[in-house]
Design a protein. Structure first.
Length: 277
């Protein structure tokens, strides 16, 4: 006879472990970010600090918190037990994916990022999302170099280590890659704190989970994420915006080409890394 109580305890235990896998990275993120946001209390009135240490700038504070978190996530990943024989972070992992595949993955990030952003705009979600407008205004008010460094490089690295390197990986070991992809992407979406970015983050999170499952390489996910964000920063400049407005007739064709090429890259990754299913 099946022991119902034992099964219920087993299910409850798995659920609690899954909740823990999501909560402790999020709690760590919120704690470190909150502590860094207290820095203006100590340095905010210091006129002699260079602009890069302007603790009244929310983007700089987020970047500092992200750098601290990168070291924390790398430490946790390195000391955590893993079922894989190869190291999750290191030179061996970096070179486990060929250069051409990094290029394909980077292009996939750019093309899907643009297509999803346009889709969100077409449905009018971003126009009605006040929280998204505030975030967008903050980003656009920053110097170009800071947007590239923060939005394009530092924050994507931190997010990939957190959401794919920790949350996805831990849940995937307990269940399977599908449940891990959905749960980690949902957490990724919720943490963006607004509907427009949440929808975008959830869909992109599913793709990044797919890439991680196929390549078993966190650097591939970082390449995808950084490429999407850096290209978005370039597109948001006034020069590019002006060009697109003057040549709006080419946008549908460009988007169609991006979608087609994205489909080809996804099929390529699925075939090339079929062994990692």
């Amino acid at each position: 006879m099946i022991n119902i109580v034992r099964i219920e305890r087993w299910i409850l235990k798995k659920i609690l472990y899954t909740v823990w896998d999501c909560i402790y990275p999020v709690a760590t993120y919120l704690l470190i970010t909150s502590l860094v946001f207290l820095l203006p209390t100590f340095f905010g009135k210091a006129d002699t600090l260079p602009p890069v240490l302007d603790f009244n700038n929310a983007m700089i504070i987020n970047s500092i918190a992200a750098i601290i978190l990168i070291f924390i996530w790398v430490g946790i990943i390195c000391i955590s037990k893993t079922s894989e024989k190869k190291e999750p972070i290191g030179m061996a992992a970096l070179f486990s994916t060929e250069l051409k595949d990094y290029v394909f993955i980077g292009w996939l990030g750019i093309s899907l990022g643009i297509c999803l952003s346009v889709a969100v705009s077409i449905f009018g979600i971003s126009e009605q999302d006040e929280a998204f407008k505030q975030v967008n205004e903050l980003i656009e008010s920053q110097p170009f170099w800071l947007k590239i460094a923060s939005v394009g490089i530092i924050i994507p690295i931190q997010e990939e280590l957190m959401y794919r390197g920790l949350i996805y990986k831990n849940i995937e070991q307990r269940y399977n890659h599908i449940k891990a992809a959905v749960i980690s992407s949902m957490v990724f979406a919720v943490m963006h704190m607004n509907l427009s970015q949440g929808i975008y983050a959830f869909l992109m999170g599913l793709v990044m989970a797919f890439i991680y499952q196929k390549t078993k390489n966190i650097y591939a996910c970082i390449t995808f994420h950084c490429s999407a964000n850096i290209f978005a920063v370039f597109v948001s400049t006034n020069t590019v915006k002006g060009f697109l407005m003057e040549n709006a007739y080419v946008i549908p064709a460009v988007l169609l080409c991006m979608l087609a090429s994205s489909y080809v890259v996804i099929l390529y990754l699925h075939k090339e890394y079929r062994r990692n299913i």
